[in-house]
Design a protein. Structure first.
Length: 496
């Protein structure tokens, strides 16, 4: 303080000397002013010294009081059994721990509400092992002023539940009962309005004892007032979520399949394999894989064949006279090769292009309309001994014929529809008791066919009954030439 005063006074005298040098001597007024300034400065210095002294004394007293106080109290920012330790004595902390134990209850927050576990249920007890005293002994009271820099630490205290009773309490929670649980479900693809969409995952509320027990135990051990099973990740979770990239990619892939149409052409009608059909054939596997159900595709082809096949089946036929008859048997008609058509269908779908196609046929005819005899056919009436040939719906041949000798058992096969198997000219017919040359030969049932018969002088009537053929349809040469020119291989031959 003396050094500071000296410096101040020295400054004043330097100013005075400077004035004296400049004016050779001070005036009375100047001397008075300098004296006043010197006195004022001395008073200010004295006040500053007193204020500093007071502050130092106060700090020393507060520090000393703090050291004394925190030699018996905790100043750290910690907790024990959920109770803040700052400004607590050993005795007050023990008392509060015991009081909390006596009235303790844990609120278990679930996805469906809240439940309670009380201290009585789990026989919660505090065993004093001197840990609180040890913590206070380890505390340096001299550093109490650093209390706001201490970490928020949770110290262990020997508060233990009866583990068996705690286990029973956990098992008895309503949220732990199987009938109250719903398992989570992964996000998945579902078909709606012509396409697959991603359905969001379902969280459910399924819990397991192994997940819940340790969480409840820790909460009780720490004296927590509540614990959220959801926040502690106790619930069984879904594995696949709606924003899953692989699931999104899978959805795009199968929707690409649904964008195509496979149209099967059956003349006057079609059958279309589109999204409404394909979606039921997609089988989803693990790891975002999928495949087409071959059995389902085979079933579809089976139904398609059932609806459209005509080979060997009964059919109605309108004769030249307008009467409607039923035909059974014969080898004319359409028959789908189901195994090859199934393979074809699956390949077309996987190729991802819309096409119009036909099934793979085992047997095929000329016309694919519902009436597969169509407008091009041969009609033979046994009773009338007549044959008509139709081309594009117009009758181009109408001729009497002679069919098989019924008296000798050589009846021409009838009551069905057969297909022309060949077209041959200058052919030699041979049998057990004959060897005959013909100009035109149209077989339709093995060795039975339509041919010219130049050895006959007449046709029609009742000739067939006693002098008929060996089963063939004998035709006048001129008419046969026209027949041959208008009939192609595969044409249906209706015999009745």
């Amino acid at each position: 303080m003396k050094k500071n005063s000296y410096n101040v006074n020295r400054s004043l005298w330097e100013r005075m000397l400077t004035v004296n040098v400049q004016t050779e001597e001070l005036t009375l007024e100047q001397k008075i002013r300098l004296r006043q300034e010197l006195n004022k400065q001395r008073k200010n210095n004295a006040r500053i010294r007193r204020a500093v002294l007071v502050i130092v004394i106060v700090i020393a007293v507060v520090y000393a009081i703090g050291c004394f106080y925190y030699s018996r109290h905790f100043y750290g920012n910690g907790s024990m059994f959920g109770i803040a330790m700052r400004n607590q004595t050993v005795e007050s902390l023990k008392t509060q721990i015991q009081e909390k134990i006596d009235s303790y209850q844990l609120t278990v927050v679930t996805r469906d509400g809240e439940e309670m576990i009380t201290a009585d249920q789990i026989s919660l007890v505090y065993s004093d092992q001197g840990e609180i005293e040890n913590l206070l002994d380890e505390q340096s009271a001299a550093l109490w002023f650093l209390m706001f820099a201490t970490v928020d630490e949770d110290y262990d205290v020997d508060v233990e539940p009866d583990e068996e009773l705690l286990g029973d309490a956990v098992r008895s929670l309503s949220c732990m009962q199987e009938e109250n649980m719903t398992a989570p479900a992964d996000a998945y693809l579902d078909y709606a309005d012509g396409s697959f969409v991603i359905c969001a995952e379902t969280y459910g509320n399924q819990l397991t004892y192994d997940a819940v027990y340790p969480v409840i135990y820790d909460a009780v051990y720490e004296g927590a007032a509540s614990v959220s099973l959801d926040e502690m990740s106790c619930y069984t979770e879904s594995e696949v979520y709606q924003d899953d990239e692989a699931l999104t990619a899978e959805c795009e892939q199968v929707n690409q399949l649904l964008s195509i149409e496979i149209t099967y052409d059956f003349g006057d009608r079609t059958m279309v394999v589109d999204s409404s059909v394909i979606e039921a054939w997609i089988i989803f596997g693990d790891d975002y894989t999928w495949e087409l159900d071959e059995d389902a595709a085979a079933d579809y082809v089976y139904e398609m064949a059932y609806e459209t096949d005509t080979f060997g089946l009964s059919r109605t036929f309108t004769t030249h006279s307008g009467s409607v008859i039923t035909l059974k048997g014969g080898d004319y008609g359409w028959c789908i090769n189901q195994s090859e058509t199934t393979a074809q269908l699956l390949e077309l779908i996987e190729a991802g292009e819309s096409v119009t196609t036909e099934p793979v046929y085992r047997y095929s005819g000329v016309c694919r309309d519902t009436n597969d005899i169509g407008d091009n056919y041969v009609e033979i009436s046994i009773s009338e001994q007549m044959m008509w040939v139709y081309k594009d719906g117009e009758c181009v041949v109408s001729t009497p014929v002679v069919t098989g000798n019924s008296s000798r058992g050589y009846d021409t096969p009838s009551g069905g529809v057969w297909a022309v198997d060949a077209r041959i000219t200058d052919y030699t017919l041979s049998g057990q008791d004959y060897n005959t040359e013909v100009s035109y030969w149209l077989p339709f049932n093995g060795n039975v066919g339509i041919h010219d018969a130049t050895w006959r002088s007449s046709f029609g009537g009742d000739i067939y009954k006693t002098s008929g053929s060996h089963g063939c349809v004998n035709t006048p040469l001129d008419a046969m030439k026209t027949v041959y020119e208008n009939v192609q291989i595969g044409y249906p031959v209706v015999v009745y």
